[in-house]
Design a protein around this ligand. Structure first.
Ligand SMILES: Nc1ncnc2c1ncn2[C@@H]1O[C@H](COP(=O)(O)OP(=O)(O)OP(=O)(O)O)[C@@H](O)[C@H]1O
Ligand SMILES: [Mg+2]
Length: 345
């Protein structure tokens, strides 16, 4: 993966990363072919490099034939996005689309036999998905910007944050990478902590590769799509709460938890879809965001007649994993700033 920090001072590096993250543009450039009049020498060299890269991609893509036949619209994007995994020897084939969504499409793929992977799931993000997120600043708040390696941008963070805020071309790429890497690194953290999440196998500029839940014919449905047996309801509710607790213990709030983002297979749940995670200690709205996650879960199980008190659960879990609730903290701060007036003194 390229080094995002290299973006900052080096225009050549910006172009190189642009090339890597924006193959469609390369394609157009390559088709356009000749260099426009007045273009500088260094620019010409870059274009030539770009054309060479397109040729290499085309060659690799031609070997990367898939069982699944993508629509013309998705073909270039899909193969381009998954090519790094193919080249890393992680997958050999795309077998079927599991779900084509507004924001991302997920595919069932054949893992490479050498890598010991069986079926794997590839989540491929729509070209502009992270630009359209509603209220994205709520989730970005208090969160590191992550590089393509999944590390916080560190000292250069302010400049990148500024670019993201200004929505420059670079800022949009940096934001895209950061959302994707938040999803990937969260899977890593939670998987290592023993949570029921897909095992993460790889991240590329526009896709992540992870464990597949389901069998050869049928992907796991979401909780929203199944009807639970009466005796499963309470144990599964407890299991979801155990996971919310476990995530909090890891400094993670899902942020979009609901029956749509919990898979159900052979009586077990798997939590998915993590790009919007927030840090309970650093996001000012964390308490409310966690409250919404818990409420949605409680509402789903209430559909099976299970009664619960989301506010009480929220307070209990927060106090156990994080400490003071925001209300208690505010009360404490008010007390600190309280000065007795003369009569009371
Ligand atoms: N590891 C997996 N194994 C099997 N199916 C999966 C896996 N990950 C995701 N899916 C399927 O893909 C769907 C979409 O995945 P996810 O929720 O991560 O993306 P999304 O961003 O919500 O996409 P959209 O908003 O477009 O639905 C899930 O509802 C589920 O059906
Ligand atoms: Mg989802």
């Amino acid at each position: 993966m390229p080094d995002l920090n290299a973006y900052l001072n080096d225009p050549e590096a910006i172009d190189a990363l642009d090339d890597l993250y924006n193959p469609q543009r390369l394609d157009r450039q390559a088709r356009r072919g000749r260099r426009p009049r007045g273009m500088s020498k260094s620019r010409r060299t870059r274009r030539q490099r770009a054309a060479a890269k397109v040729a290499a991609l085309a060659a690799a893509e031609s070997e990367f034939a898939t069982t699944y036949t993508p629509s013309r619209y998705e073909e270039g994007w899909l193969l381009e996005s998954l090519l790094p995994f193919y080249e890393m020897g992680l997958l050999t084939d795309v077998l079927a689309v599991i779900k084509g969504g507004k924001e991302a499409s997920v595919y069932r793929c054949q893992g490479h036999s050498d890598s010991g992977l069986g079926l794997v799931a590839a989540k491929v993000y729509r070209p502009r998905m992270f630009r359209n997120l509603r209220r994205d600043h709520v989730y970005r708040q208090g969160r590191d910007i992550l590089t393509p390696e999944g590390r916080p941008v560190g000292l250069k963070g302010d400049r990148i944050a500024h670019a993201i805020q200004k929505k420059t071309a670079f800022g949009q790429k940096a934001a895209h990478t950061s959302w994707l890497m938040h999803e990937y690194t969260t899977l890593q953290t939670l998987h290592a902590a023993g949570a029921a999440v897909p095992e993460p196998y790889g991240a590329a500029a526009n896709a992540i590769l992870m464990g597949y839940v389901g069998d050869e014919d049928t992907p796991a449905p979401t909780l929203h799509e199944v009807t639970l047996e009466p005796d499963e309801v309470k144990p599964l509710f407890d299991e979801v709460l155990r996971h919310i607790d476990l995530m909090l213990g890891c400094g993670i709030i899902h942020g979009d938890l609901s029956a749509y983002n919990i898979l159900y297979w052979a009586g077990e749940i798997t939590l998915i879809d993590f790009p919007q995670v927030v840090d309970p200690r650093r996001n000012r709205d964390a308490y409310a965001i966690l409250g919404r996650d818990i409420t949605r879960v409680c509402e789903y199980f209430a559909g099976y007649g299970l009664r619960s008190d989301p506010a009480a659960i929220l307070e209990r879990l927060w106090r156990r994993d994080i400490g003071q609730t925001p209300a208690e903290r505010d009360a404490d701060e008010a007390r600190l700033h309280w000065e007795p007036d003369e009569e009371e003194a």
